[in-house]
Design a protein around this ligand. Structure first.
Ligand code: PLP
Length: 386
């Protein structure tokens, strides 16, 4: 039996845009030089690298010298948090981390390591029922004892967008470094590091139609994180290792396109996303939207269904050709509700039935219609066999 495949998991990864692939190709074997080399081969690679840095900087409203290329979004979060915290403690003695509980594991597990292995105190910020951090709660907890504050720009699991500019302004007032994970946000939102008052901001290319294995970290001038990786002087001494020129060129091209096409992409995807949310909530009994109803990523819909086994649901969807996600890390055998859903107060009888549907720039009305034709019946069947 041939099943039509419909990918609805763009928050997990996106395909490389054809134009991005085109831009990358010359740098694999033609212009293969090491950007640190003196000769013409090196110069050609270095030129491409610095052009890419300018493009990334421009799309974030930063200076090129504030952009560090890394190996992925996770690495950027690690450098920001571990590097930022260690450097700040060395400088001022500050020993506390203030982290939102809805961070990606790249931030949360780094913070836990800093607590368990490096002697930092870790405090999780309160969030509301939509997973939003209250800037006033950050203000109440800030002092010169805080080494780094971190709040995700837009959450991957529930799509909620945080009030980053307000949190940033408060951290700036207390002169405490503020990191935001913008790995999801960069695909859809206009990001301006000056307006947002951030000190550190992480990107990962494969979430916005760039290649896997490349990311960037914005590091505000004057902030000097302790490098996670030591060696040569690449990336202003903050990230040693020969730069992956083709992937970096691809990331810059992908980010440029995301910025140029933002309005069109949003106006294509948002009405479909809204139809999806409205239909699911009206047609499926005991269903709930998770995350913020308005301040959420335009391509992002996430739900919980009471009394549904989320893993079974995903497997059945996959067999019918629909690639979706739960957004959580349920392990077979010992189902545990997602920490993020728990942190926003969702009971485990609901949280175990989570479903994340994320649209892409090329998702069609037909894709959403066929998904909506299939889902309500499937939920009823999965509930019945529970
Ligand atoms: C995907 C993701 C990451 C990790 O990025 P990689 O490039 O896959 O390492 C970090 N944070 C968020 C919010 C993400 O969605």
């Amino acid at each position: 039996m041939h099943v039509k495949k419909t990918y609805l998991d763009y928050a997990a990864s996106t395909p490389v845009d054809g134009r991005v692939l085109e831009a990358m190709l010359p740098y694999f074997s033609g212009h293969f030089g090491n950007p640190s080399s003196i000769h013409m081969y090196g110069q050609a690679a270095d030129y491409a690298l610095e052009q890419a840095r300018e493009v990334v900087a421009e799309s974030l409203n930063s200076k090129p010298s504030e952009i560090i290329f890394t190996g992925c979004g996770t690495e950027s979060d690690n450098l920001a948090l571990r590097g930022g915290a260690l450097a700040r403690r060395k400088q001022t003695g500050a020993n506390r981390l203030l982290i939102s509980p809805v961070e990606h594991h790249a931030v949360l597990h780094t913070a836990e390591q800093l607590r368990d292995e490096f002697g930092f105190e870790l405090e999780l910020l309160p969030v509301d029922e939509f997973g939003q951090v209250d800037p006033a709660a950050v203000a109440e907890r800030l002092s010169n004892k805080v080494a780094v504050v971190s709040a995700v720009f837009a959450n991957n699991e529930i799509g909620t967008i945080n009030p980053i500019a307000e949190i940033g302004a408060i951290c700036r007032k207390f002169d405490v470094p503020f990191h935001t994970d913008a790995v999801q946000a960069a695909a859809w939102l206009d990001i301006d590091v000056v307006r947002e008052s951030v000190d550190l901001l992480a990107l990962g290319a494969h979430k916005f139609y760039g290649p896997k294995g490349v990311g960037a970290l914005y590091v505000r001038e004057g902030v000097k994180p302790t490098p996670s990786q030591t060696g040569g002087k690449q990336e202003y001494g903050l990230r040693a290792g020969t730069q992956n020129v083709p992937l970096i060129v691809g990331m810059a091209e992908a980010l440029k396109l995301a910025r140029k096409e933002r309005e069109k992409r949003i106006s294509d995807v948002l009405p479909l996303r809204d139809i999806l949310i409205d239909s699911v909530l009206s047609e499926i009994p005991r269903s709930k939207l998770t995350g913020h109803p308005v301040n959420r990523l335009p391509n992002h819909a996430s739900f919980v269904f009471e009394g549904v086994d989320g893993n079974a649901l995903l497997m059945q969807l996959d067999m019918a050709g629909f690639a979706c996600s739960s957004g959580s890390a349920c392990r077979v055998g010992t189902p545990k509700p997602s920490e993020i859903l728990t942190s926003i107060g969702i009971a485990s009888s609901w949280a175990l039935g989570s479903l994340r549907v994320t649209l892409g720039k090329d998702t069609t009305p037909g894709d959403i219609n066929s998904f909506l034709d299939f889902l309500p019946g499937l939920i009823a069947r999965v509930r019945h066999t529970n």
